[in-house]
Design a protein around this ligand. Structure first.
Ligand code: THU
Length: 162
């Protein structure tokens, strides 16, 4: 038996004041997108904003449905929006924010497993690491650089080939 262990790394900023202008802008676009989330069932509104390598910002928010599994997370709405409208253009950054009532979110919300898998596949396609910026209700920001830090040992498409 061999025991393996992996390290993951993330950065913590106590306030967006510690970030540069383009990251603050991306977070503000995610907050804007969060306002128009359609989340009547969970009342958990999520907004996502991607920065493509051309500098273009593409947003998305969670879209729920009465048939619960038919809904989709904000991150995948944003990523599929970008991939369908701007195919082949690398995603360099994604900001993810969330708001719920009646309580504040002490910590940033981190993408679910399915969104991690989707982000990781586009990262592999472009060969450029994606930075994920996440903010909670009180200013605390976490940043993960590279999907390997969010989804180590991911399932990869090569496994489907002989
Ligand atoms: N949700 C997201 O949009 N992104 C995440 O990273 C976590 C969860 C959505 C899905 C659902 O509409 C609501 O939040 C509650 O799970």
């Amino acid at each position: 038996m061999i025991q393996h262990s992996l390290n993951i790394a993330y950065k913590e900023y106590s306030s967006p004041d510690e970030l540069n202008d383009s990251t603050r802008l991306l977070l503000s676009k995610a907050w804007e997108a969060c306002k128009s989330a359609y989340a009547p069932y969970s009342k958990f509104n999520v907004g996502a904003a991607l920065e493509l390598e051309t500098g273009l910002i593409v947003t998305g928010n969670n879209q729920e449905n009465a048939a619960y599994p038919s809904g989709l997370c904000a991150e995948r709405v944003a990523v599929f929006n970008a991939a369908s409208n701007y195919p082949g253009i690398a995603i360099l950054n994604i900001a993810v924010v969330a708001r719920t009532e009646p309580f504040g979110l002490q910590h940033p919300v981190t993408p679910c497993g399915a969104c991690r898998q989707v982000l990781a596949e586009y990262e592999n396609l472009s060969g450029k690491p994606i930075s994920i910026w996440m903010q909670g209700s009180y200013g605390l920001v976490w940043m993960v650089n590279g999907m390997n830090n969010l989804l180590p040992l991911m399932f990869q498409g090569e496994k489907l080939k002989k």
